[in-house]
Design a protein around this ligand. Structure first.
Ligand code: PEP
Length: 255
């Protein structure tokens, strides 16, 4: 983390977990535990929980995000939710391009780019996910692949809009597997993403960009990962479903 240059952000990705009653209980349990955080705290929840969580989080430092949005404003897109629908509710953040969306729902770098542009145009803050599959790492193409994902996802995003973007480096082989990237691996790819952004925009723009690590970050390994200079927070799946574990990660990011 480099607090002098950029914001540290810990975001929970609840995925398809928690009904409304459980969501309210979890946010209520988190509120006091993260109240003194010296980083931004976000929970990205299922669409059906947004209203409940927005209301439960009111008056606290917990910010609320969704896990996806469509690129069109409205129309015949059954099952989709537009960015404007989210902002109208008071949602502040949205995760775009999560590897589960790419793997199971046919998201491509191009549709990720369209969703990023739509979300930013609607005034949302974007948590943009990039990351390689295990085969990519084994084939030695992590750097090229992650740089390419970053470049395509940011196509058409202005330097001004970039201020509302967080990038989450999430190696796919580390998500939900319990296999975490080493702190060095995480820092190396985060630094590479920053260098890519510096090339696309400017060094100051890249220095100001929050780049998280995500992939089995938990209460035990968070401190080591977050101590890396280019790791500016975390996108947390499994461990964000337990208030105590999430709070330990927030504490580690507050040091
Ligand atoms: C995620 O869902 O973005 C994630 C990183 O999951 P987990 O922490 O469970 O690996």
């Amino acid at each position: 983390m480099n607090r002098e240059l950029r914001k540290v952000v810990i975001a929970g990705n609840w995925k398809m977990n928690k009904n409304r009653a459980e969501a309210k209980e979890l946010v209520n349990a988190m509120k006091d535990k993260v109240a003194n955080a010296k980083c931004d705290v976000v929970v990205c929840v299922p669409f059906t929980d947004l209203e409940t969580v927005l209301s439960a989080a009111q008056g606290s430092n917990i910010k609320v995000g969704a896990q996806n949005c469509h690129f069109e404003k409205s129309g015949a897109f059954t099952g989709e939710i537009s960015a404007d629908m989210l902002t109208e509710m008071g949602v502040e953040y949205v995760v775009i391009g999560h590897s589960e969306r790419r793997q199971y729902f046919g998201e491509t770098d191009e549709t990720v780019n369209k969703r990023v542009l739509a979300a930013l145009a609607a005034g949302l803050k974007v948590i943009l996910c990039v990351g390689e599959m295990l085969a990519d790492r084994e084939n030695g193409i992590t750097a090229e692949l992650v740089a390419l994902q970053t470049k395509i996802a940011l196509r058409g995003v202005t330097a001004e809009q970039l201020k509302n973007v967080i990038i989450a480096y999430e190696p796919v082989w580390a998500i939900g597997t319990g296999k975490t990237a080493t702190a060095q691996q995480a820092n190396e790819v985060n630094a590479l993403i920053r260098a890519t952004v510096a090339q696309l925009y400017c060094q100051d723009c890249a220095d100001a960009l929050t780049i998280q690590y995500g992939g089995s970050m938990n209460a035990k390994n968070a401190a080591e990962l977050l101590a890396q200079p280019d790791v500016d927070g975390g996108l947390i799946g499994g461990a964000s479903l337990k208030a105590d574990d999430f709070a330990v990660i927030v504490d580690a990011a507050s040091k």
